[in-house]
Design a binder for this molecule. Structure first.
Ligand code: ADP
Length: 246
């Protein structure tokens, strides 16, 4: 098992947002998380990256890194976890006053203290990979949403993560820009990255996922291969959800 989460819970005040979440991800596999708005998908992803502190549960990564969420996560472990996982946000979260290139080099140079020239060369490689070599010196407001999100993906890759987390990476995009971002993510799937993807793009989830997890009201209602969860769901709630959005 590459990554295992057991008994994870998360509340915001009185509101219980995640209830007894158990999941495992194998190395090189893609797990997609689907479910209605407000079901806890983003919160779960943020817990995996320590952007939220869960209330309870355990987390183990690669058998080398174990956390018990009942205790406050130590700053050192937060940093360790973030170095292992690259997060791609719904709203890109780029630094507006930095160029595409600087956005990509920020993590490796400032946080990981990489050598400037080496990291700049690597950033160019990553921007080339996402089709944006010629946009390296432009600022986010000079780029389309799809281009900004591709910078966001290059930035997440720049820290050399072991796990990539995508939080509805195309939901802020105009329909005609969704394809270019999904195509970059599909390239990463071919390279066997381990990935967790929160998405509303069911066709995409079906194409790329090894496993699909359906969440509702803070619970994992159903999980399994896409052919089962998306095509022949067992649970009534999954059936209703799919009927609504297809
Ligand atoms: P999803 O990604 O499935 O739409 P979220 O994880 O964003 O769901 O949200 C789950 C629930 O948690 C929602 O009811 C939302 O309002 C609530 N929530 C999320 N973040 C916070 C927060 N920082 N403070 C309070 N409530 C929150």
């Amino acid at each position: 098992m590459y990554l295992t989460v057991n008994g994870l819970t998360k509340s915001f005040g009185e509101l219980e947002v995640l209830k007894d979440i158990n999941l495992t991800i194998e190395k090189g596999k893609v797990l997609s998380i689907i479910g209605p708005s407000g079901s806890g998908k983003t919160t779960l992803l943020r817990c995996l990256n320590a952007l939220e502190q869960p209330n309870e549960g355990t987390f183990s990564f690669h058998d080398s890194f174990n956390l018990d969420f009942s205790n406050k996560i130590h700053k050192r472990d937060v940093l360790k976890l973030r170095r292992k996982s690259g997060m791609v946000f719904q709203s890109y979260n780029l630094f507006p006053h930095k160029t595409a290139l600087e956005n990509v080099t920020e993590g490796p140079i400032i946080v990981q203290r990489g050598k400037k020239e080496e990291e700049q060369n690597r950033a160019i490689e990553l921007l080339t990979k996402v089709g944006l070599k010629d946009k390296a010196n432009l600022y986010p407001n000079q780029l389309s949403g799809g281009q900004q999100q591709r910078v966001g993906i290059a930035r997440a890759l720049a820290i050399k993560p072991e796990l990539m987390l995508f939080d509805e990476p195309t939901s802020a995009l105009d329909p005609e820009l969704i394809g270019e971002v999904l195509s970059v993510i599909k390239d990463l799937v071919k390279e066997n990255w381990t990935m967790v993807v929160v998405t509303h793009e069911l066709q995409f989830a079906e194409q790329v996922s090894d496993e699909v997890l359906f969440m509702d009201e803070g619970y994992i209602v159903e999980q399994g291969p896409p052919s089962q969860v998306l095509k022949e769901p067992k649970e009534e709630r999954t059936k209703q959800f799919l009927k609504r959005i297809l």
